[in-house]
Design a protein around this ligand. Sequence first.
Ligand code: NAD
Ligand code: DAU
Length: 351
Amino acid sequence: MQKTILITGGAGFIGSHVVRRFVNRYPEYRIVNLDALTYAGNLENLKDIENAPNYQFVKGDITDGDFIQKLFQEYHFDGVLHLAAESHVDRSISNPMEFIMTNIVGTVNLLNTAREIWKDDYPGKRFYHISTDEVYGSLGATGFFTETTSYDPQSPYSASKASSDHLVRAYHNTYGLPVVISNCSNNYGPNQFPEKLIPLAINNIKNNKPIPIYGKGENIRDWLYVEDHARAIDLIFHDGKQGETYNIGGNNEWTNIALIRTLCKVMDIKLEREPGTSEQLITFVKDRAGHDLRYAIDSSRLMNELGWKPSLQFEEGIEKTVNWYLENQEWLENIVNGTYENYYREMYGNR
Ligand code: NAD
Ligand code: DAU
């Protein structure tokens, strides 16, 4: 039977990999990509599948409850994969309200509408909320986040995501909405907006600009290649247990400074520069306010129950990532000079 699946935030970094995977792997699904095309949404990410017969793009804002209701009435979605969010911690520190609106109010609009339209007729339906490991707060030098770790979000971004996770669980516990949640560590790979550490550093190295490292660069993140996240999302959407949470991580911890030094070495080789050239661009700057020290995920539940594991070693993933950014310089330049926004604004209008 054909199913109609809503993917929110599909023009963004992770969403575009999820949309591509679902469109290519599941011709029997009709995939509707709903995205407001904020600064982070870029339909160039989906050029290769934009004419696929089972794919449709809809421009719209999840904070607009009437619009979301009409969309559900029109398409009768069987499943929702909810990725749309404001996602950058630094932006949440300077402008928290957008995070409250999209990440909390937007999520509640989707939950309310799913509940209303599905009218307790839940067999075959699923609401999948994609979230972050940042909801758990910060680890010290040892230990891992598990699915039972208490929430302790520190930034407006992580507090807004924590709030949306709680609301998704509340709709399951109170109304029986068929939900599943995952919390993932730091992603990297093609199509990531160059405000995030890895693409920002690649772009700056290419242009001989300083690489800003917050504080002493001793904060630790657990990095996962984005296609491994998309594969986990596919598995959890299809086989995850109703009402449950799955942690997703790369088992791949790096201090920021060690990661950037490794990236600099790869960039020196790719750009045929003298060894050590790119490292000279490293510049220590003022620390991020409330900067979490360490994230590390225990993904054993996902591995044991659903048979997932990361497919790429970090060295391979970072090489693939650098190659992609160097081979797609136009993608990066269109973002840096704003061309992508103007082009799609003309096509779809302002937000
Ligand atoms: P992103 O910023 O690259 O993309 C977000 C997308 O959501 C954009 O296309 C944007 O246009 C869209 N969007 C924003 N506000 C919207 C609104 N009001 N209505 C409709 N669309 C809207 O984000 P990402 O890094 O791809 O993250 C996707 C999801 O995964 C987020 O929920 C994020 O919290 C979560 N996550 C991200 C990471 C990571 O490392 N990037 C890790 C774990 C979880
Ligand atoms: O852990 C999952 C989260 O990972 C996601 O939920 C977020 O959406 C995603 O943005 C990411 O959050 P981080 O804050 O960890 O990512 P970011 O790339 O902004 O920063 C990674 C680390 O690098 C962090 O310790 C801050 C540091 N940093 C970042 C930037 C942008 C720098 O030192 N310099 C920088 O210029």
